[in-house]
Design a protein around this ligand. Structure first.
Ligand SMILES: *[C@@H]1O[C@H](CO)[C@@H](O)[C@H](O)[C@H]1NC(C)=O
Ligand SMILES: *[C@@H]1O[C@H](CO)[C@@H](O)[C@H](O)[C@H]1NC(C)=O
Ligand SMILES: *[C@@H]1O[C@H](CO)[C@@H](O)[C@H](O)[C@H]1NC(C)=O
Ligand SMILES: *[C@@H]1O[C@H](CO)[C@@H](O)[C@H](O)[C@H]1NC(C)=O
Ligand SMILES: *[C@@H]1O[C@H](CO)[C@@H](O)[C@H](O)[C@H]1NC(C)=O
Ligand SMILES: *[C@@H]1O[C@H](CO)[C@@H](O)[C@H](O)[C@H]1NC(C)=O
Ligand SMILES: *[C@@H]1O[C@H](CO)[C@@H](O)[C@H](O)[C@H]1NC(C)=O
Ligand SMILES: *[C@@H]1O[C@H](CO)[C@@H](O)[C@H](O)[C@H]1NC(C)=O
Ligand SMILES: *[C@@H]1O[C@H](CO)[C@@H](O)[C@H](O)[C@H]1NC(C)=O
Ligand SMILES: *[C@@H]1O[C@H](CO)[C@@H](O)[C@H](O)[C@H]1NC(C)=O
Ligand SMILES: *[C@@H]1O[C@H](CO)[C@@H](O)[C@H](O)[C@H]1NC(C)=O
Ligand SMILES: *[C@@H]1O[C@H](CO)[C@@H](O)[C@H](O)[C@H]1NC(C)=O
Length: 533
C-alpha cells in the first residue's frame, strides 16, 4: 500500500534515553482503539501515545478533518517518550480513521466515532453483566441495533502508585452484538452501564462510548486518591498493595487515573454495599462527595480544561439485600450518606449529580444472592430519566423523579402529622400505608437533646389518610401520652429491604418512581417543619 498524501517531513532527533526498558514502541496509549468513541464538540479531546525517541515529530491525521503535528517528549512517565495531541472540537458523528505517523511508520485507529463518553464504575452491581440480568437473551439479541454505542471494559487490577496507562484491558472497544465469536458481545458488559445508555441513546441519537471500570466487593476508599481520604479523616488501615483490591487508593491508581487525560462527558457509579457496616461507614457522607469532587478536579485539569469541572455524576442508591424487615442499619446509612445526608440529589453539597432510587426493587431469590438484584432494567431506566434531567438539562424529565417531602406539619392539638410532597406539585400514588416511623422525647429541659437523639426509639406511625399531594398520620397514641411529649424525629423506608417489589408507600403517579428514604431529626432541624399548637 502506497504512502498517502499526508507524507510529511520528519524531524528525527536521536536522543539516548536512560532506562531504555521503559521505552515503548510507537503506539497509542492502551485505551485508544478501533471502534472507539471520542468526546464530541463543544469539548475537545486528547489522544496520546508512546514514541521510541524523544523529539520525534508525530503527525496525527483525522480523515476529512486535517492534521495536527506534535513532538514526543519525556514527561509524566520517567524515561518514557510520549506524545499528546489535543484535537479540534469535532461534532457528533463518524466514522473517522485517525492515523499517527512518525519516522517509525504509521499507526491508526479505524471506525472512530465522536459522541459522549461515560465512565461506569463501582463494585459488583456495576460489574454485574448483561448475561446475568433479567431479559438477558432479548437484551443481548437487540444490542446489534445500537451500533452507535461502543463498549470498553478495564480488566481488574490495583496498583500502589498512580498509573499513567491501564495495566490490562478486559474487552477492547467493541461494536455491540450478541456474537461471542466476533469478540464484541455485550453479554459480559456491565448491565447498568449498557441499559442506562441504551435508554439514553433513544433521546440523544448520537454516538456514546462506555468505559466500564468496576471491581466487585470494593469500598469507596479503594477508588479515592489519598487526599480524599486525608480530608475525610479515613486512616489508611489497609496498606497499599497491588494484591488487595480494597487497599486505599489502589483502584483509583490503576483503573481510573489512566483516563484523566482523555475528555469524558460524565460518570456513573453503583457502589456502597462494601462500605455498609465497615469501620468507615459513618465517613461515607464525606468520602463519596469528596471522591466525586476529586475525580472532577483531576479529569478537568488533566484534559486541559476540556472535561467539565462539575461533570455529571449519576449513581444508584443501594437496592435491598436480605428478606428481613428488622435490619435498620448499614444499607440505610449508606443510602442516606450517598446523598451527603440530604436525602436527595442534586443538593448544595453534590452539584450536578443524579440518582436512581432502588430500595423498592428486591430480588431475594437471585441466584447471585439477594445483594445482586437481576432487575437492572428498572434501575437503569430510573437513572436514565434522572440523567436526562440533570446531565442533559432536558428539564421536562425532572417531573419523573420520586416525590420529596417539602413540608412536615405537626398538629399538636389533633395529634396528627401531615407530610406534603414536592410543594404539592406532584400527584402521588400511595401503594402502602406502612414505612413511616416516629420517635418522641419527653419535654424535660434537663435532658441533653444530643444524648436523647443517640438513643432513639422508633414507633410505627400509622397513616390515616392521603390526598393527591400529601399524607396524614395520627401519632396521638404514641407521643401524646403523657401530654408533655413531643415528636423528635420522623423517618421513612428506613430498612435494608423496606418493601415488596415496587410496593413501598409513596410514588410519583405519572412516572411510577418511588420517593427516596429520609430521616428528619426535628429537635435539631426545624427547616420545612411547621408545629401548630
Ligand atoms: C506537520 O509537519 C509537516 C512536516 O513537518 C508539515 O508538512 C505539515 O504542514 C505540518 N502540518 C501542520 C498541520 O502543521
Ligand atoms: C478507513 O479506512 C478503511 C480501511 O482501513 C477504509 O475502508 C475506510 O473507507 C476508511 N474510512 C474513512 C472514513 O476514511
Ligand atoms: C491501519 O493499519 C493497518 C495495520 O498497519 C493497515 O493494514 C491499515 O491499512 C491501516 N488503515 C488505515 C486507514 O490507514
Ligand atoms: C423484560 O421482561 C419484562 C417481563 O417479562 C417485560 O415486561 C419487558 O418488556 C422486557 N424487556 C425487554 C427489553 O425485553
Ligand atoms: C488481562 O485481563 C484478561 C481479562 O480480564 C485476563 O484474562 C488476563 O490474564 C490479564 N492479563 C494479565 C497479564 O494480567
Ligand atoms: C456524617 O455522618 C455521621 C454519622 O451519621 C455524622 O456524625 C456526621 O455529622 C455526618 N457528616 C456530614 C458532613 O454530614
Ligand atoms: C496526563 O495528565 C497528567 C495529570 O495532569 C499529566 O501529568 C500528564 O503529563 C498527562 N499525560 C500526557 C501524556 O500528557
Ligand atoms: C433478621 O435480622 C436480625 C437483625 O440483624 C437478626 O437478628 C435476625 O436473626 C434476622 N432474621 C432472619 C430470619 O434472618
Ligand atoms: C452546579 O453545576 C451547574 C452545571 O455545571 C452550574 O451551572 C451551577 O452553577 C453549579 N451550581 C453551584 C451551586 O455550584
Ligand atoms: C437548561 O435549559 C433551560 C431551559 O430549557 C435553560 O434556560 C438553561 O440555560 C439550561 N441550562 C444549561 C446549564 O444549559
Ligand atoms: C435510652 O433508652 C433506654 C431504653 O429505652 C432507657 O432505659 C434509657 O433511659 C435511655 N437513655 C436516655 C439518655 O434517654
Ligand atoms: C387519632 O387517633 C386517636 C386514637 O385512635 C383518635 O381518638 C383520634 O380521633 C384520631 N385523630 C384524628 C385527627 O383522626
Amino acid at each position: 500500500m502506497g504512502r498517502a498524501g499526508w507524507i510529511v517531513l520528519l524531524v528525527v532527533l536521536v536522543v539516548s534515553v536512560e532506562g531504555t526498558t521503559a521505552v515503548k514502541p510507537f503506539s497509542f496509549a492502551s485505551y485508544y482503539g478501533d471502534h472507539m468513541v471520542l468526546q464530541k464538540a463543544p469539548q475537545r479531546t486528547t489522544i496520546w501515545g508512546y514514541a521510541s525517541k524523544e523529539g520525534e515529530t508525530i503527525t496525527l491525521t483525522i480523515s476529512g478533518k486535517g492534521q495536527v503535528n506534535t513532538t514526543s517528549f519525556i514527561g509524566p512517565i520517567p524515561s518514557t517518550p510520549v506524545w499528546s495531541v489535543q484535537l479540534p472540537a469535532i461534532d457528533a458523528g463518524g466514522p473517522y480513521n485517525i492515523t499517527a505517523t512518525s519516522s517509525e511508520g504509521s499507526i491508526n485507529l479505524t471506525d472512530v466515532l465522536f459522541g459522549d463518553v461515560w465512565i461506569c464504575s463501582g463494585q459488583s452491581n456495576m460489574q454485574f453483566t448483561l448475561s446475568m440480568a433479567f431479559n438477558a437473551t432479548e437484551e443481548e439479541a437487540e444490542a446489534v441495533n445500537y451500533p452507535n454505542i461502543r463498549v470498553f471494559t478495564v480488566a481488574l487490577g490495583g496498583s500502589p502508585v498512580e498509573e499513567y496507562d491501564l495495566l490490562n484491558i478486559s474487552q477492547p472497544w467493541s461494536v455491540p452484538s450478541a456474537d461471542t465469536v466476533a469478540g464484541s458481545d455485550v453479554s459480559g458488559f456491565s448491565a447498568v452501564c449498557w441499559l442506562y445508555v441504551k435508554y439514553l441513546s433513544s433521546h440523544l441519537k448520537y454516538p456514546i462510548g462506555l468505559i466500564a471500570s468496576s471491581y466487585g466487593g470494593t469500598r469507596v476508599e479503594a477508588w479515592s486518591a489519598p487526599n480524599v481520604l486525608k480530608k475525610c479523616g479515613v486512616s489508611e488501615a489497609r496498606k497499599m498493595s497491588s494484591v488487595n483490591p480494597n487497599a486505599a487508593s489502589v483502584l483509583w491508581n490503576a483503573m481510573m487515573r489512566p483516563f484523566v487525560n482523555m475528555t469524558v462527558y460524565g460518570a456513573l457509579w453503583y457502589q456502597g454495599e462494601a462500605n455498609a457496616g465497615s469501620p468507615t461507614m459513618n465517613q461515607y457522607n464525606c468520602t463519596f462527595p469528596a471522591m466525586i469532587d476529586d475525580w472532577r478536579d483531576r479529569f478537568h485539569q488533566a484534559s486541559g480544561g476540556q472535561t467539565d469541572p462539575v461533570f455529571p455524576f449519576g449513581f444508584v442508591q443501594l437496592a435491598p439485600w436480605r428478606d428481613n424487615d428488622t435490619i435498620t442499619t448499614g444499607f440505610t446509612d449508606i443510602r442516606w450518606h450517598q446523598t451527603a445526608d440530604y436525602g436527595y440529589v442534586p443538593n448544595d453539597r453534590m452539584n450536578n449529580t443524579f440518582m436512581a432510587v432502588a430500595m423498592d426493587l428486591p430480588d431475594f431469590t437471585s441466584p447471585y444472592t439477594g445483594i445482586h438484584p437481576r432487575d437492572k432494567e428498572d434501575v437503569s431506566m430510573r437513572l436514565c430519566t434522572a440523567g436526562l434531567a440533570v446531565a442533559y438539562n432536558q428539564t421536562e424529565f425532572s417531573k419523573f423523579n420520586g416525590p420529596l417531602p417539602s413540608l412536615i406539619t405537626i398538629w399538636v392539638a389533633d395529634g396528627t402529622i401531615e407530610i406534603d410532597y414536592d410543594n404539592k406539585q406532584t400527584v402521588l400514588d400511595i401503594r402502602s400505608t406502612t414505612g413511616f416511623e416516629v420517635s418522641c422525647i419527653t419535654l424535660d429541659k434537663s435532658s441533653a437533646l444530643a444524648e436523647v437523639s443517640e438513643n432513639i426509639t422508633w414507633f410505627h406511625l400509622p397513616m390515616v389518610s392521603h390526598d393527591d399531594t400529601s399524607v396524614t398520620f395520627n401519632y396521638s397514641q404514641i407521643c401524646l401520652q403523657p401530654k408533655d411529649m413531643m415528636v423528635s424525629a420522623i423517618r421513612y423506608a428506613w430498612r435494608e429491604s423496606p418493601c415488596p417489589f415496587k410496593q413501598c408507600a409513596v410514588y410519583n403517579k405519572e412516572s411510577g418512581y418511588p420517593a427516596p428514604p429520609f430521616v428528619k431529626h426535628i429537635i435539631d432541624d426545624k427547616s420545612n417543619v411547621k408545629i401548630v399548637k
